[in-house]
Design a protein around this ligand. Structure first.
Ligand code: MV4
Length: 450
């Protein structure tokens, strides 16, 4: 195991990684921006360095400063967490060239899967079903129109360098497709520095099923079953759960095995997530790989009993996976609510500010992963997550009841939060019956005009 690592992140996930390290006897070096000076996770690290001013582009995204902190802190590895530099293949490669392990996949696999066209090619060649669409990048308008007619409207224009739903556009006919292509190309070029696009058949009202995988440096790859993350708004998940409700066991196994095939074909190691959409007819399609630990990873930790952060460290330093696929058992049902400082009444707009009071919930079956405390200032510079409320119970019905109880117990004063909306969802018949899709929130609570 490593003796000492750097945690290249902040907030909840920095705290989560430091906790895992303390249990493993691994020393930690933390970094912080001026906005995070005095944060709780810094107290639990062995050392901490300021990497710049509040804006992420001046601190957590500064590769030179993060690497300097790692060199000065004399670490053997860097854990990037999620967001910031976590899926930056250039940063990943620089870590290796500085002789520091990047706790994540090799930079080659990260690059291969980060480009959605090459990711689709790897999936196709591995026999994993992809959404019908362009075989590669769209080179011109004529090609886009030809492919759209082949697969049929509506089609979805996606950015090859995008992901997480950013820069997607639906087109229902030739006219819309022509103008949307131009806009999407300009947007992608501005947002990702790469205007490359591809086309997919637009799947109406899909469910979002993702598979957690783990792979070591000895050729072993396993899945840790699936999470249902259909409840999103503006491409941000707000409730996740495992197992996915109303998913037949044979289909679940097919999807999870497809995820393992894909990561093996890509030469992927460490923890990762393979995302699929499931259409109303029960067909599943690969959409993208998230080459990082995800926000919702504790949902899988609860049902499998496996600590994913510890696994990431063990695999990164060369240990083989300590279990075979058949030895991974799941028990019960887990649900996560992401608690954000946002106003659900006003299209979930961020509400940074001071948390005057917080009473975290507890008791049987409850886990609250959070870095905040009374008096904590939610900075306006980063995401607005206050914490993650998780429950684990023998059945989904009991998990829903425990989540309602825990949401009612959780009191946060000082900022608006997503909690009231999450309570409404937990009480909604469509959620209780496990028949929500990715458009459920928008349909049920249309954004107000104001
Ligand atoms: C799609 C889709 C429909 N058809 N692809 C959004 C996140 C990104 N990972 C892929 N996304 C989608 N891709 C095709 N061909 C619908 C979505 C989508 C979505 C997917 C999962 C969860 C929420 C979503 C909300 C809107 C759209």
């Amino acid at each position: 195991m490593y003796k000492r690592i750097l945690v290249a992140n902040r907030g909840e996930i920095a705290l989560r990684i430091i906790r895992a390290c303390r249990e493993l006897g691994v020393e930690t070096v933390a970094i912080f921006s001026e906005a995070d000076r005095g944060a709780q996770y810094l107290q639990l690290a062995d050392e901490a360095y300021c990497v710049g001013s509040a804006r992420a582009s001046d601190s957590y995204l500064r590769i030179d400063r993060v690497i300097s902190a790692a060199e000065i802190g004399n670490v053997q590895a860097i854990h990037p967490g999620y967001g910031f530099l976590a899926e930056n293949a250039h940063f990943n490669e620089i870590c290796r060239s500085c002789n520091i392990d990047f706790i994540g996949p090799p930079h080659e696999a990260m690059r291969l899967l980060g480009d959605k066209n090459s990711a689709r090619r790897v999936a196709r060649e591995a026999g994993v079903p992809c959404v019908p669409g362009s075989p590669g990048p769209i080179s011109d308008e004529g090609e886009a129109l030809r492919i759209a007619h082949e697969i049929g409207f509506p089609v979805l224009i996606k950015a090859a360098a995008g992901g997480g739903g950013r820069g997607m556009r639906v087109a229902a006919n030739d006219l819309v497709l022509k103008s949307a292509l131009q806009q999407a190309q300009a947007e992608a070029a501005a947002a990702f520095g790469d205007g490359t696009l591809y086309l997919e058949k637009y799947i109406e009202r899909p469910r979002h099923i993702e598979v957690q995988i783990l792979a070591d440096h000895h050729g072993n790859a396993v899945h840790l079953w699936e999470r249902d993350c259909s409840l999103q708004r503006r491409h941000q998940k707000i409730i996740e759960e495992s197992p996915a409700p109303n998913l037949p066991q044979s289909l679940r196994e097919e999807i999870c095995n497809a995820a393992v095939k894909l990561v093996k074909a890509a030469g992927y190691t460490n923890a990762g997530t393979v995302e699929f959409i499931l259409d109303q007819q029960g067909h599943f399609y690969f959409i993208e790989v998230n080459a990082r630990i995800q926000v919702e990873h504790p949902v899988t930790e609860l049902v499998t009993g496996i600590d994913l952060i510890k696994m990431q460290l063990r695999v990164a330093c060369g240990e083989p996976l300590p279990f075979k696929q058949e030895e991974i058992r799941t028990s019960g049902a887990a649900i996560e609510c992401r608690i954000n400082a946002e106003d659900p009444e006003h299209d979930f707009r961020p509400c940074p500010g001071r948390i005057e009071q917080i009473f975290p919930p507890g008791g049987p079956g409850v886990r609250f992963d959070s870095h905040v405390h009374p008096g904590y200032l939610v900075p306006p510079y980063y995401d607005s997550m206050i914490g993650k409320l998780l429950v684990h119970q023998p059945t989904r019905e009991e998990a829903i009841r425990t989540m309602r109880r825990a949401l009612a117990e959780l009191r946060i004063q000082g900022v608006k939060t997503t909690v009231p909306r999450q309570m409404e969802i937990l009480n909604h018949a469509a959620f209780v019956e496990g028949r929500v899709d990715t458009k459920f929130i928008e349909r049920t609570w249309p954004p107000s005009a104001s």
